[in-house]
Design a protein around this ligand. Structure first.
Ligand code: AP5
Ligand code: ZN
Length: 217
């Protein structure tokens, strides 16, 4: 199966993708994570992407599509994927359609997380993750059960993202509305769109998402 998560920065795509990954045995594929790994590794793509990401703008379609295609070809992705943060432009959506057609797959559902922009700044500025396993946390909304220790792996080293500051968040929201929001219509037309209200509690949203996924896969 192929699931797409749509939604602005901070909507909870990563949080929900990780929960679906566990529940359904699918692979979370985040282009943001793949790009951050490329930046950290200092690859050519990473060098070209770094400043763009720090400005909160979208990395060029050719770089992102190449990174996504490489990862999709890995054998573990055969059990099914949750695309988190891809596609983000119409060009990327069309490229994905072609990639899937070539491999005889289809999009089971494109799930749009519906949130208020104003709340996204708070969500993003309080966010941090476990340095060892990547589990996501939030200063007010999701703290580890034992303070300073990751629930998932016991790690004690946490980090915050370079682009999680108020100024960059504003650019990221702008990029979302200008370039990514049109994909809601794109998938509506394809008959794949599902909308989920995503201002509530993380677990309630996860239940709504699970119900959709159960039906779609
Ligand atoms: P990317 O890494 O994809 O970031 P993003 O889209 O900005 O999304 P976020 O990771 O910020 O938010 P999220 O929706 O995953 O929220 P989360 O679950 O963490 O992209 C980064 C950059 O890479 C882009 O700006 C661009 O430059 C580049 N890029 C990536 N993909 C690209 C592409 N396809 N094309 C071009 N460029 C690309 O939740 C946020 C916080 O809120 C967490 O702390 C969480 O604990 C908390 N939270 C989650 N749900 C709730 C809830 N219901 N209630 C309260 N708190 C909650
Ligand atoms: Zn951890």
């Amino acid at each position: 199966p192929v699931l797409i998560l749509l939604g602005p920065p901070g909507a909870g795509k990563g949080t929900q993708a990780r929960m679906l990954e566990e529940t359904f045995g699918l692979i979370q594929l985040s282009t943001g994570d793949l790009l951050r790994a490329a930046v950290a590794a200092g690859t050519d793509a990473g060098k070209r992407a770094k400043a763009v990401m720090e400005a909160g703008e979208l990395v060029s379609d050719d770089i992102v599509i190449a990174i996504l295609r490489d990862r999709l070809n890995d054998s573990d992705c055969a059990k099914g994927v949750i695309l988190d943060g891809f596609p983000r432009t119409t060009v990327q959506a069309e490229a994905l359609d072609r990639l899937l057609e070539d491999s005889g797959q289809r999009i089971n559902a494109a799930i749009s997380l519906e949130v208020d922009d104003a709340a996204m700044v708070t969500r993003i500025s309080g966010r941090y993750t476990c340095g060892a396993c990547g589990e996501g946390y939030h200063d007010s909304f999701k703290q580890p059960k034992t303070s300073g220790t990751c629930d998932n792996c016991g790690g004690t080293d946490f980090k915050r993202r370079a682009d999680d500051n108020a100024e960059t968040v504003a650019s990221r929201l702008e990029a979302y509305h200008a370039q990514t929001a049109p994909l809601i219509d794109y998938y509506q037309t394809q008959g794949a769109l599902k909308s989920v209200p995503a201002m509530g509690a993380i677990d309630d949203i996860a239940s709504a998402m699970s119900a959709i996924v159960k039906e779609a896969v």
